[in-house]
Design a protein around this ligand. Structure first.
Ligand code: BGC
Length: 736
């Protein structure tokens, strides 16, 4: 079977599914009782799912519990009805009007599997960590809504993103897909993205549940972490994302957690997710993350994904039937699993507003969404001596390296979105999994030339260090582009390949600006030698324009770090490279800035840090109690000469915590020069408490709490105290 685009109507697909799925018994039943089609059921999603279940044969039920890889792979041929080169496909049931589930990756846009012959050209957002760096909920929602629109237009009704694993390990090769190191920031930003995706009447998936915080040995590695610490870190990020986004599905992860694999983990899949959080959706597995039939089903896994990418098929109908016959799985368990899948399909619009592929995509609008996200997420890390913004009357600028003449870098793996036209820099190794390395055709060099028409802007690729230094020598400003490629399935070095190039250029031009495109935090041994550093992450389809706009001041930078940048590896809780086997998170919930604060370490750039071309002042902080939590009210003033946006941060401190301070809330606000605004930020009561394993729930001790408003976790502007009584919140507590 070829991998050419398979354009088929929904009706045709359903007919094929019906032939494959409907057993003779179904036909017999159909003849006996009038069938109510899914679309004609009435009531709540739960009631509609129950009516469907009542009509289904066992074979029909079992068929909904296993998915297929959507791309040919070695000897495996993807089902004809799968969408070309996609992550997955779960057959529907035509007899009952239940459509297939067409699954696509994911977090930055509609991806195509690397092995597919024809790549879908779709709009790529900046990486997940870039979106987190905006600290802007509206941008996160808009990005999700954009992806969801394109997914729907391509006939996908299940999207496999929001990725919310915490950044515990700067070498984790998937940090670019995630949303940084703080459970509140990550949970809020990914929750908004999920809500945005689902605003299109499709399902979004939170992943990779849970503590899948490195790629080394991801299929078998065991994340060892104390329960309370897990509740206050990685699980809290998921919990908050769920409260905001209400994803229709959750993807359990490849790794093990305190022993069992995440996809056969009763504590994670049943106790926490269902019994405590009351989440009503279904759990699907990561692709190849299932290791058993009955144990997984009974632990709370509802659907196995991606048969064909791996050989297992633990949820194949014959295996499930065998487990039923042997009494290892109860019939009620199967009904529960199927019921959850159906409920999500009803609740999120898959039945009432079915997708159809080949719909119109408004690329112009979607590119604008991507560019706004990139511009909001670029972080100005350092700016001394007024090097930036670049002056329109600069005589000569030298642009060096990073393929800045051609485009901007993206991250690899299943989330890879392919651009229209060609990869701007083809042929870089690896050209197949975990590659290809893809550059989007948005050249920072060309965009700079367009914005600064009176400036001579020369370019060298940076491979010849002497030539680069000589060019820098003749220029007023030198801009070095330094990139770090990363991908799913690998962990990466945080040493940049271009450290020597940067030092060489800096030695020949004291106005050297470094623009980074990285997976996440990297080391910068040259940081003291250059006056300006810009972190652009993987900036997406319009990245070149976004970078040029920030460098020239057409856009005032407003991104802030969602993760700490260490000075050296020995500052980290785990200085050694990621290892296979047991990964013992002795630091527990003391992740990122919390670790640096507790250990009294001076990072290179702290969590929350980000400069602007203007200045923001804070004043008039007052605190009040509100419900179980508190509200901080304060004034933010733009005291500089240009308009800008501020990410105002509220930190909280209490006695006996895992760290001196936690992010308690934040607000992104745009202010004209001289403008001042009163802002109120609510602090979630769980962030004022410790998880209590003996008496499960959130325990807040009576006492005095410090609340600060800040420009970063290390740049506190004003603090105040509030006295709070003791309070115990049950595990199921959630904001109203
Ligand atoms: C990744 C998932 C992805 C899936 C389907 C897996 O390898 O870990 O994030 O959704 O593949 O492509």
């Amino acid at each position: 079977m070829g991998s050419s685009f398979r354009a088929r109507s929904l009706r045709h697909v359903l007919a094929i599914s019906a032939l494959a799925m409907a057993a003779p018994l179904a036909a017999q039943q159909a003849a006996e009782a009038p069938v109510i089609l899914a679309a004609d059921t009435a009531g709540t999603p739960e009631e509609r799912a129950a009516s469907m279940l009542a009509q289904m044969t066992t074979d029909e039920k079992l068929g909904l519990l296993m998915g297929y890889f959507g791309n040919d792979f070695l000897q495996y041929e993807a089902p004809e009805e799968a969408r070309m080169g996609s992550a997955g496909y779960v057959p529907g049931i035509e007899r009952l009007g239940i459509p297939p589930q067409w699954q696509a990756d994911a977090g930055i846009g509609v991806a195509t599997q690397g092995g597919a012959e024809v790549k879908r050209a779709r709009t790529a957002l900046p990486s997940g960590i870039a979106t987190a760096a905006t600290w802007d909920r509206e941008l996160a929602f808009a990005g999700g809504a954009m992806i969801g629109r394109e997914a729907r237009a391509d006939g996908f009704n299940v999207l496999l993103g929001g990725s919310v694993n915490l950044l515990r390990e700067p070498r984790n090769g998937r940090n670019f897909e995630y949303a940084g190191e703080d459970p509140l920031l990550a949970g809020v930003m990914v929750g908004e993205q999920i809500a945005g995706v689902q605003s299109n009447g499709i399902i979004s998936t939170s992943k990779h549940y849970a503590v899948n915080d490195q790629e080394t040995d991801r299929g078998n590695g065991n994340s060892v972490i104390e329960e309370g610490a897990m509740r206050m870190s990685d699980l809290l990020a998921f919990q908050i994302a769920h409260e905001i986004g209400d994803p229709g599905s959750v993807m359990c992860a490849y790794n093990r957690v305190n022993g069992p694999h995440a996809c056969e983990h009763p504590f994670l899949l049943t106790q926490v997710l269902r019994d405590e959080w009351n989440w009503p959706g279904y759990v699907l597995s990561d692709w190849g993350a299932v290791h058993s039939t009955a144990a997984s089903a009974n632990a709370g896994l509802d659907q196995e994904s991606g048969y064909g990418l791996q050989r297992a098929a633990w949820f194949a109908a014959d295996k499930l039937q065998g487990a039923l016959d042997a009494g290892e799985i109860e019939k009620e368990r199967i009904d529960l699993m199927v019921g959850r899948i159906l409920r999500s399909m009803f609740a999120h619009g898959l039945i009432d507003d079915p997708v159809e592929e080949g719909q119109f995509i408004d690329f112009e609008t979607n590119r604008a969404v991507s560019q706004a996200d990139a511009e909001g997420g670029i972080v100005l890390l350092k700016n001394e001596g007024g090097v930036l913004p670049l002056l329109a009357n600069a005589r000569r600028i030298a642009v060096i390296g990073g393929h800045a003449d051609a485009g901007v870098l993206s991250g690899g793996g299943s989330s890879q979105v392919y651009p229209d036209g060609e990869n701007a820099v083809p042929g870089i190794e690896p050209t197949s999994w975990p590659g290809p390395v893809v550059y989007y055709p948005s050249s920072p060099l060309e965009e700079l030339r367009a914005l600064l028409p009176d400036t001579q802007i020369d370019y060298l690729d940076g491979t010849d260090h002497e030539a680069a230094a000589a060019l820098a020598n003749q220029a007023d400003v030198a801009i070095v582009f330094a990139n770090q490629w990363s991908s799913e399935s690998i962990d990466v070095s945080v040493h940049l390949d271009d450290d020597v190039l940067i030092e060489g250029v800096a030695n020949h031009n004291r106005n050297t600006v470094v623009v980074l495109q990285t997976n996440g935090p990297v080391l910068m041994p040259w940081a003291d030698k250059v006056p300006a550093i810009v972190e652009a992450w993987y900036p997406g389809r319009m990245g070149g324009a976004a970078i040029a706009n920030v460098l020239t001041g057409a856009v005032n930078p407003s991104g802030h770090l969602p993760a700490t940048f260490a000075r050296s590896l020995d500052q980290l809780p785990h200085p050694e490279d990621p290892q296979p086997g047991d990964v013992v998170y002795t630091e527990g919930a003391t992740v990122g800035y919390k670790w640096f604060d507790r250990e009294g370490l001076e990072p290179l750039f702290p969590f929350g840090h980000g400069l602007s071309y203007t200045e923001f002042d804070y004043s008039d902080l007052s605190l009040s109690r509100a419900g179980d939590g508190i509200v901080a009210t304060f004034r933010v003033t733009n005291s500089g000469d240009v308009a800008g946006a501020d990410a105002a941060q509220v930190y909280v401190s209490g006695e006996g915590w895992e760290a001196p301070r936690r992010l308690g809330g934040f607000a992104k606000l745009s202010l004209d020069a001289g403008e001042s605004r009163l802002v109120s930020v609510a602090v979630d009561p769980r962030l004022l408490a410790m998880w209590d394993t003996d008496n499960p729930g959130w325990n807040r001790a009576a006492g005095s709490y410090t609340v600060s408003v800040a420009e970063s976790s290390r740049d506190i502007a004003e603090s105040a105290q509030i006295t709070l009584p003791a309070r115990h919140l049950p595990p199921e507590w959630r904001p109203h």
